[in-house]
Design a protein around this ligand. Sequence first.
Ligand code: KMH
Ligand code: ZN
Length: 274
Amino acid sequence: MDKLIITAAICGAEVTKEQNPAVPYTVEEIVREAKSAVDAGAAIVHLHVREDDGTPTQSKERFKQCIDAIYEVCPDVILIPSTGGAVGMTAEERLQPTELFPEMATLDCGTCNFGDDVFENTMPMMRAFGKRMLENNIKPEYECFEMGHLDTILTMARKGLVPADPMQFNFVLGVAGCTPATVDNLCWMVKSIPAGSTWTATGIGRHAFTLAAPTIVMGGNVRVGFEDNLYISRGVLARSNGELVEKVVRLSRELGRDIASSAEARQILGLKAR
Ligand code: KMH
Ligand code: ZN
């Protein structure tokens, strides 16, 4: 079994300092959280950015500022900027970070409920996102919140509308209104992906660690972070993204699986060395 790749989703677009004061907004705070996650064992940082007041933004300039600042202190880390942004943003707004030619970026695989909101990813939007990733040589991380999202993206890959060499999936389970974070659902998704693909699982809220444990045993990779979950244990706020990553490292070591460095993660994901 390959070593475990841990992704830290350090910021997200929806969580706030009111919910957990350690949620980062400023460039300095984003760098602090990225470093805490990487120092703890994360090979990848999934990145959203904010204005200083916490407003989510997909501004190319803000992404560049944050990416450059993170590379100053974590030169080897794999950064996966979001093209999901925040609910309600336009496709053009969301695509801005792809103009920076990151090695990877998320590509969301269909429309779904998102709590009280609808997270819109229509077929024309997804075709535009796929085209941009093909043109800019970006490896997508395919975010699937629903069973149907997986089928949709596999059909697009067969038609050559998105990169597929090989595919990296992130199964985000437990979003309110979407596929629940059960082991059965995870198994169904994992057994549906093409041979040679890689996959990550993200359990939302209280499912962060209950989904991490079976994922470690099944040979998948794990995402944790404030974007997905603000608590280190029931009722106890995490003090940093690093603390969440440390818990996954402990679980994995107990289960006998070593942790991948960023260089090792690049090999596993088929990315060029940095
Ligand atoms: N903020 C969510 C609505 C992504 O990063 O690609 C979407 C999201 C997905 O976070
Ligand atoms: Zn995200």
